[in-house]
Design a protein around this ligand. Structure first.
Ligand SMILES: *[C@@H]1O[C@H](CO)[C@@H](O)[C@H](O)[C@H]1NC(C)=O
Ligand SMILES: *[C@@H]1O[C@H](CO)[C@@H](O)[C@H](O)[C@H]1NC(C)=O
Ligand SMILES: *[C@@H]1O[C@H](CO)[C@@H](O)[C@H](O)[C@H]1NC(C)=O
Ligand SMILES: *[C@@H]1O[C@H](CO)[C@@H](O)[C@H](O)[C@H]1NC(C)=O
Ligand SMILES: *[C@@H]1O[C@H](CO)[C@@H](O)[C@H](O)[C@H]1NC(C)=O
Ligand SMILES: *[C@@H]1O[C@H](CO)[C@@H](O)[C@H](O)[C@H]1NC(C)=O
Ligand SMILES: *[C@@H]1O[C@H](CO)[C@@H](O)[C@H](O)[C@H]1NC(C)=O
Ligand SMILES: *[C@@H]1O[C@H](CO)[C@@H](O)[C@H](O)[C@H]1NC(C)=O
Ligand SMILES: *[C@@H]1O[C@H](CO)[C@@H](O)[C@H](O)[C@H]1NC(C)=O
Ligand SMILES: *[C@@H]1O[C@H](CO)[C@@H](O)[C@H](O)[C@H]1NC(C)=O
Ligand SMILES: *[C@@H]1O[C@H](CO)[C@@H](O)[C@H](O)[C@H]1NC(C)=O
Length: 867
């Protein structure tokens, strides 16, 4: 062999060797592919899942070019071992079942299936076999049922998120009966069980406390029971915790035993919307890293002093609102913090305007509503407005002084104060402006001053002030306006035609002013209108046909106490959403339209949508708030608007009283079985009461008095079990009054009908001895039980929150009617505005003397009498 040959052969061997090594390397090389087992497991997973959107599995295939599953979307392999270590399929709109073959991915460290839809199925227990998992996110995935205890095998887990299984409800159908398995996850740092139902987990606090590395504890909306503090030391996790969210549970103050001064790492603490009572411990002031503190909506009481904040120099977000707290700081207190959000609604800090606010230079959210401040707004306060204060609620105090024009906030609520003077032209940036119930005066022209550009204002409440003059015709610039309430001022002149440009408007309240002229026909462009109240003005003209032709979403029409004349246009019958129609106290003549049975909402009983008014949405820190019910069902509502929301949707009422209507009462009216109140009194109606009037089973109040109605009182009237107020007086009715438990109790309902006889009138009927068969005995009243004053009062108070929920089933019970009267009184009050108003100034006895109100007393005294 020549040297060259030798070299050649060696080279060949070397080459061969290199190739073999390369092949061997190739087989083990992570870059070349995952193991067949893993590949099959992933394909099985894909098999079980249904894609209804963009297919995330396009790259997952059997074909040669797709063989390497490490290259598949969402799959990640380890550089060292080549095994699948991470599977990320979040928010892929997947549905279906998770294949048990998943457990073949034994090297998996990170599994994220969040944001998919597993149709309330249980979290598969075999996930507990993926013992290398460090990160598990199954949140927002519509899992249901019991959380498998097998998760306790995931000893390496650091991050566990099972929260928000049902994004639309407060508490989903996923639950745990105990958390015995939780302490096994001794490496856990993040635990999120948001909205998991833990109502039966008594030892949740102990379980959580055995996690020595726990940093973020998120258990809001879990129905957590109050912690039972045993002798167990609670100090283990306390040192590591940084973020604690236990909001919206049933916790009591024992939770504070979890929070000894040792808790210095805590950055964020949210215990809002629980049942914490007593004093807030001063030790909270030692949490020197605290940035976020939210204790709103509990039952805390007592005094908050400077000590509570002594070391809180990092604090930025503070919410103590909706408790019964008193803030008592020394006059020249300089807080250690600079807050961004100051939420102290209902915390009493008066009578002087809080001076420490002057030290706060960077807040963007300020709520000091209902704070007992009775003071003039100091000048320095307005200097803040150079900053962007997004949200400013000073309502329900006794603030005096003027509004300054430096305002730059997008939400400003100064309602229920004693602010005065003209309203400055401040509206260029504001979105929600509530100036109601103050003493603002001057002309309404501020709305238009300097306006040439589109305004973003969506909510304006100026009601109950002393604003006067004519409205300027500049509404073309307010096309975002959704809610406009100018009621109870001294506005005069015509309603401007440019209001027809309010294309977004849903609520329009101009009532209780001095507007004259007709309703401008341009309003027919405001097709989203739901509520129109122009009552108590001096408007005249015909009732517009376009109300029924164009504004098909109208639920509430109130034209009462004006000078509208001629007949009721039949077009109003097109309003299938109509719930309240009040045309009382006008000069309306003609007959009642027969098409009334087309009013489908009134022709149905039940209450499909208790809320009929929408509000503007306010964004803050990436959360949206629907004002004023940013907390919707969970907050106590106060003030007029919340009452609308909760009550108006329940009311179905027609009031045509005090007009000049003639002809018969159309029998079609008996189709309106949802009606709660019907008032046709003080007209010139003739003919008989429709015999099927008893179909109106929901009717609580029926007033047909002061007409020329003749004939007998239909027996069916005695079938209306709920009737609480009846007035048929001053007609030409005849014959015997039907007998029922109720009908005889309405002592004053039948007077002025000379031909009527029988109880409760003194006149006995001639044929009574023979037993005419007229009497129908219905529904013996349940006189016992429940009829206590306390019941009445509490029902009355609870009413605003949801009368029907509480009382719906009790309505058959007479005792409950008292509450109902209370509610109708409110309605009557609200619709009528004032008890003193009379039908026509010349009519002595008046039309609107608060009959229902009288009735409440009548019934209450009746109640007393019967006991
Ligand atoms: C989830 O899927 C079920 C059908 O399996 C469907 O009824 C439900 O509406 C889906 N939920 C969501 C939020 O898409
Ligand atoms: C928790 O760990 C213990 C051993 O430390 C074990 O006996 C038990 O089965 C584990 N529980 C669960 C639910 O995994
Ligand atoms: C939570 O679970 C308890 C009992 O396990 C049950 O009574 C309650 O209705 C559940 N709550 C919700 C909101 O699902
Ligand atoms: C606290 O942790 C220590 C060790 O870190 C452990 O020995 C002890 O049992 C733990 N206490 C509780 C109550 O979990
Ligand atoms: C909290 O509730 C638990 C369980 O009902 C009770 O043992 C404890 O005394 C309560 N603590 C307070 C401060 O009310
Ligand atoms: C407020 O604090 C002062 C002393 O700083 C004290 O004299 C006063 O009684 C406190 N008021 C209340 C209501 O606690
Ligand atoms: C209204 O809002 C738009 C978009 O947010 C903004 O660009 C515009 O400047 C605002 N207009 C006024 C008058 O503030
Ligand atoms: C109308 O406003 C006055 C104060 O201007 C107030 O006293 C009265 O209660 C208001 N009426 C209604 C019905 O709101
Ligand atoms: C009427 O209201 C419904 C919702 O209640 C809404 O979807 C619809 O767009 C409204 N119609 C108009 C013309 O605004
Ligand atoms: C009432 O409804 C009927 C049938 O839906 C319809 O034919 C009629 O035109 C409607 N009448 C009025 C006045 O709306
Ligand atoms: C303003 O505050 C009052 C009283 O706190 C409240 O009733 C009302 O809803 C608020 N207005 C707005 C627009 O949020």
């Amino acid at each position: 062999m020549t040297l060259t040959n030798m070299v050649g052969v060696r080279c060949c061997f070397k080459l061969l060797y290199a190739i073999v090594v390369l092949i061997l390397l190739h087989m083990n090389n992570p870059c070349i592919g995952c193991s067949e087992r893993e590949r099959q497991a992933l394909l099985a997973l894909k098999q079980g899942l249904v894609v209804d959107y963009i297919d995330p599995f396009l790259s997952w295939g059997r074909e040669a070019q797709n063989k390497d599953c490490c290259e598949w979307d969402g799959v990640h392999c380890s550089d060292q071992t080549g095994h699948v270590v991470k599977l990320d399929l979040r928010y892929q709109h997947l549905q279906g079942k998770i294949s048990p073959k998943l457990i073949e991915l034994q090297h998996l460290e990170h599994l994220d299936l969040s944001g998919n839809n597993f149709s309330r199925s249980q979290i598969p227990d075999f996930i507990g076999s993926l013992s290398n998992l460090i990160y598990l996110d199954l949140s927002h995935a519509n899992f249901g049922g019991l959380i498998p205890y097998q998760l306790g095998n995931l000893r390496n887990l650091e991050h566990l998120d099972l929260g928000y299984q049902d994004d639309f409800k407060y508490s989903g159908s996923i639950y745990a009966k105990n958390l015995y398995w939780l302490p096994n996850l001794s490496r856990l740092k993040d635990l999120n069980l948001n909205s998991v139902n833990l109502s039966d987990v008594v030892g949740w606090l102990e379980a959580v406390n055995m996690l020595p590395k726990l940093t973020n504890l998120m258990l809001p909306m879990c129905n957590l029971p109050p912690p039972v503090i045993s002798s167990v030391s609670l100090l283990n996790s306390s040192k590591s915790l940084v973020q604690v969210d236990l909001s919206k549970n049933n916790l009591n103050s024992s939770i504070f035993q979890l929070l000894p001064g040792a808790y210095t790492n805590l950055v964020s603490l949210d215990l809002s919307e629980n049942k914490l009572s007593g004093r807030i411990p001063e030790s909270i002031g030692q949490m020197s890293n605290l940035v976020f503190l939210d204790l709103h909506m509990n039952s805390f009481e007592g005094v908050i002093s400077e000590t509570h904040f002594s070391k809180l120099s990092e604090l930025r977000f503070l919410d103590l609102s909706s408790n019964s707290l008193v803030l008592n700081f020394s006059f020249d207190w300089v807080p250690p913090f600079q807050l961004v959000q100051i939420s102290l609604g209902s915390c009493k800090m008066g009578p002087y305007f809080p001076k420490w606010l002057r030290t706060q230079k960077s807040y963007r959210w300020l709520d000091i509503s209902d704070a007992g401040i009775s003071d003039t707004i100091p000048t320095w306060f307005w200097e803040f407005w150079e900053n962007e204060v997004e949200y400013m609620d000073l309502s329900h105090n006794q603030l005096r002084g003027n509004l300054r024009s430096e305002l730059a906030s997008s939400y400003l609520n100064v309602s229920w104060n004693q602010l005065e003077g003209p309203i400055p032209s401040i509206l260029s940036t504001v979105l929600t402006l509530d100036l109601s119930n103050n003493k603002f005066s001057g002309s309404a022209s501020f709305l238009c001053t300097g306006t040439t550009e589109e305004r973003n204002l969506s909510y304006l409440d100026l009601s109950s002030n002393h604003v006067s003059g004519e409205l300027s015709d500049c509404w073309i610039h307010f096309q975002q306006l959704d809610f406009l309430d100018l009621s109870n001022n001294s506005l005069s002149g015509k309603i401007p035609t440019t209001m027809g440009y309010l294309f977004s408007i849903k609520t329009l309240k101009l009532n209780n002013n001095r507007f004259v002229g007709e309703l401008p026909s341009q309003l027919k462009n405001c097709e989203e209108l739901t509520l129109v109240d122009v009552g108590e003005n001096k408007l005249s003209g015909l009732i517009p046909e376009w109300l029924g032709e164009n504004l098909l979403n109208l639920s509430i029409i109130i034209l009462q106490s004006n000078q509208f004349y001629r007949s009721i246009p039949p077009q109003l019958c097109h309003l299938t959403h109509l719930q309240i129609l009040d045309l009382s106290m006008n000069n309306i003549s003609g007959t009642i339209p027969k098409c009334l049975n087309n009013l489908t909402t009134l022709a149905q009983n039940g209450h499909s949508s208790p809320s009929i008014i929408r509000y503007t949405t306010f964004w803050w820190e990436e959360s949206s708030y629907d004002l004023p019910y940013e907390y919707e069902e969970s907050l106590t509502w106060k003030g007029v608007r919340s009452k609308y929301k909760s009550i108006l949707g329940l009311v179905k009422s027609i009031d045509l009283s005090c007009n000049k209507l003639s002809g018969e009462i159309p029998t079609e009216i008996t189709y309106l079985v949802g009606l709660v109140s019907l008032n046709l009194s003080r007209n010139q109606l003739t003919g008989q009461i429709p015999s099927r009037i008893g179909n109106l089973q929901e009717l609580d109040s029926l007033d047909l008095s002061r007409n020329q109605i003749n004939g007998r009182i239909p027996i069916s009237i005695s079938w209306i079990n709920r009737i609480g107020y009846l007035d048929l007086s001053e007609n030409n009715l005849s014959g015997k009054i039907p007998i029922s438990t109720q009908l005889q109790t309405f002592d004053f309902a039948y007077g002025g009908n000379p031909l009527l006889c029988g109880e409760p009138l003194r006149r006995t009927c001639p044929e009574e001895e023979k037993g005419s068969g007229q009497s129908v005995l219905v529904n013996e009243d349940d006189k016992d039980g429940l009829i206590t004053r306390g019941f009445y009062i509490s029902m009355g108070l609870g009413f605003a929150v949801g009368f029907w929920g509480v009382c719906g089933t009790l309505l058959l019970n007479r005792s409950c009617r008292y509450t109902y009267f209370n509610f109708l009184t409110f309605l009557n009050d609200w619709i009528a505005g004032t008890f003193e108003t009379t039908c026509f100034p010349s009519v002595e006895d008046g039309c609107n003397e608060g009959l229902l109100f009288v009735l409440v007393f009548e019934y209450l005294s009746d109640d007393k009498g019967s006991h």
